[in-house]
Design a protein around this ligand. Structure first.
Ligand code: PMT
Length: 405
C-alpha cells in the first residue's frame, strides 16, 4: 500500500461501455497519490468526454497525434517517456489486437508502442468477444510479451446477461498495480522487525488534565510507513491520534510509563528500533483520583513533578550487538557536539537531531530538517523535505549502516 505515491500512471481509455468506470479509476489512482495522464481512443470519446478525464486528472487528455499540445509536436513520445506504469482500462478486443500486432495508427496505440514502462491491460468486452480464439490468442501473445493482464470478471454485462468480460472493479485494478509495485520495489528491510515510537506522551494530573508536549506523531508515523514500504514488519507504539498506517501493528499508549512497558515488550524481537516519540521527562508524582476543584481562596496550584524513565538510555543498556537503535534529539545546530556525546551516553547507533529553532519544521509540521549523527563519522545534514521523504532517507542510511542491500 502507498506504492503509487508520486508514480506517473498513463491511463489508456478505449471504446467500451465500461469507459465510464475509468473516471472512478482515475480518482482512485489520484487518491493513492499517483499522477495520471489519460490517453483516449476516438471510440472512447464517444462514451465519455475528454473533459471528464481532464477535470479529474488536471491534465490535458491526449486524443490525437496531429494536434500539437502546448507546443509539443511529439506529445506521444513525451507521454511514453514520462510513464512509470501504462494501464489500458477498459481494453477492448481491438486495442488488444493492435498491441499484440504492434500496430501504431492513433495516439493510444502509438504511445503504447513507444512506452518502455510496465504495461497492464484490463479487458472489458462481450463474453463471446472475450472467448473468441483470436482475442485469446492476442491475450496469450501479450502475456508472452510481458504485459500484465488484469482478468475480466464474471458478472452482469451491458448486453443484459451474465458472462465473463466485465471490467475488473477499479479498486481491484488499483490493488493489482500496488501489488506489482510492492513486488518490484527493492525491499532491503524484508524479514526485519522494526519498532517505532511516536507522539508526545501525556502524564496525567487528574482524570481530565495532563502534562503534555507539542509532538504530533507525524515523524514517527512517517518512519513506520517508510519502514513498511521498505519491506519491514512494523510495530508502532504511539501516544498520537493519527490514522494507523496499513499493515502496521499499532500499540496505543498514553504515558511514558506505558510506553516504556510496551517498548520493553517488543524490543527483544526488534532488529531496528526508532525512538521518535517525545517522551515526557517529568510526570506529576501522584495522579489525583478526582478532578481537582478550583479553590476560591487560592490562585495557585503546586504540581510536584518527578523524572520519568529514560526509555532510550534503558534500551541502549540492554541492546544486543545485532540490534540497531536510533534516537531523536530536538536541538539546534550549534548543539551538535552535545548530541554526539548523547549518542554514546545513550548507547544509540544513530541520533537524528531536529533543528527545532524554526517553527516551519519539527514539531507538528509536515516538513523537517535533520542532521544524522553516527558513531565515528562526520554529522550528515539532510536538506529540508517532507517528513515522509526524511523518514525514507533515514531508513536508507540505517540500511547502509547494516549493509542491507
Ligand atoms: O511528532 P512530531 O510533531 O512529528 O514531532 C516530532 C519531532 C519532529 C520533533 C521528532 O522528530 C523528535 O525529535 N522527537 C523526539 C523529541 C524529543 O523528545 O527529544 P529529546 O531530546 O527529549 O529526547 C531524546 C531521545 O530520547 C528521543 O529519541 C526520545 O524518544 C528519547 N527519550 C526522551 C525522554 C525519555 N524520558 N525517554 C526517552 O526515551
Amino acid at each position: 500500500m502507498g506504492m503509487l505515491k508520486d508514480k506517473h500512471v498513463t491511463l489508456y481509455v478505449t471504446g467500451s461501455i465500461a469507459a465510464y468506470k475509468s473516471a472512478l479509476l482515475t480518482r482512485l489512482l489520484i487518491k493513492a497519490g499517483a499522477q495520471v495522464q489519460v490517453v483516449m481512443t476516438a471510440a472512447a470519446t464517444d462514451f465519455v468526454t475528454p473533459l471528464t478525464f481532464q477535470t479529474l486528472s488536471k491534465r490535458p487528455v491526449l486524443t490525437d497525434l496531429f494536434t500539437a499540445t502546448e507546443g509539443d509536436p511529439i506529445k506521444h513520445i513525451t507521454v511514453a517517456d514520462w510513464t512509470d506504469i501504462a494501464l489500458v482500462a477498459p481494453a477492448t478486443a481491438n486495442i488488444l489486437a493492435k498491441m499484440a500486432q504492434g500496430l501504431a495508427d492513433d495516439a493510444a496505440s502509438s504511445t503504447l508502442i513507444a512506452t518502455a514502462a510496465p504495461k497492464f491491460v484490463a479487458p472489458a468486452m462481450n463474453k463471446n468477444m472475450w472467448a473468441n480464439p483470436a482475442t485469446q490468442r492476442n491475450v496469450q501473445q501479450l502475456r508472452a510479451d510481458g504485459v500484465l493482464v488484469i482478468d475480466p470478471a464474471e458478472g452482469f454485462l451491458a448486453e443484459g446477461y451474465s458472462g465473463s468480460g466485465r471490467l475488473a472493479e477499479p479498486a481491484t485494478i488499483v490493488a493489482a498495480l500496488e501489488a506489482y509495485l510492492q513486488d518490484h520495489t527493492p525491499q532491503p528491510l524484508r524479514g526485519k522487525q522494526v519498532l517505532v515510537t511516536a507522539g508526545g506522551t501525556r502524564e496525567a494530573i487528574d482524570p481530565v488534565r495532563y502534562v503534555g508536549n507539542k509532538s504530533s506523531g507525524k515523524m514517527g508515523y512517517a518512519l513506520a510507513r517508510a519502514a513498511r514500504d521498505l519491506g519491514a514488519e512494523v510495530t508502532l507504539i504511539s501516544s498520537a491520534s493519527l490514522t494507523t498506517p496499513h499493515n502496521v501493528d499499532l500499540v496505543p499508549v498514553v504515558s511514558a510509563a506505558e510506553m516504556e512497558t510496551a517498548v520493553n515488550t517488543y524490543f527483544g524481537a526488534s532488529d531496528i528500533t526508532l525512538m521518535a516519540a517525545a517522551v515526557a521527562d517529568f510526570r506529576p508524582e501522584a495522579i489525583v483520583d478526582h478532578k481537582i476543584k478550583k479553590q476560591d481562596d487560592t490562585s495557585t496550584l503546586d504540581l510536584h513533578l518527578v523524572r520519568t524513565p529514560d526509555i532510550l538510555a534503558g534500551l541502549g543498556k540492554q541492546k544486543r550487538a545485532d540490534q540497531f537503535l536510533l534516537g531523536f534529539a530536538a536541538e539546534t545546530n550549534d548543539l551538535l557536539q552535545n548530541v554526539q556525546k548523547k549518542l554514546v551516553a545513550k548507547g544509540a547507533d544513530m541520533i537524528v537531531a531536529n533543528d527545532v529553532s524554526d517553527t516551519a519544521i519539527g514539531f507538528n509540521s509536515d516538513a523537517n530538517r535533520v542532521t544524522l549523527l553516527k558513531r565515528d563519522a562526520e554529522p550528515e545534514q539532510l536538506a529540508m523535505a517532507s517528513k515522509d521523504e526524511i523518514a525514507r532517507e533515514i531508513l536508507l542510511r540505517v540500511c547502509q549502516q547494516l549493509h542491507l542491500a
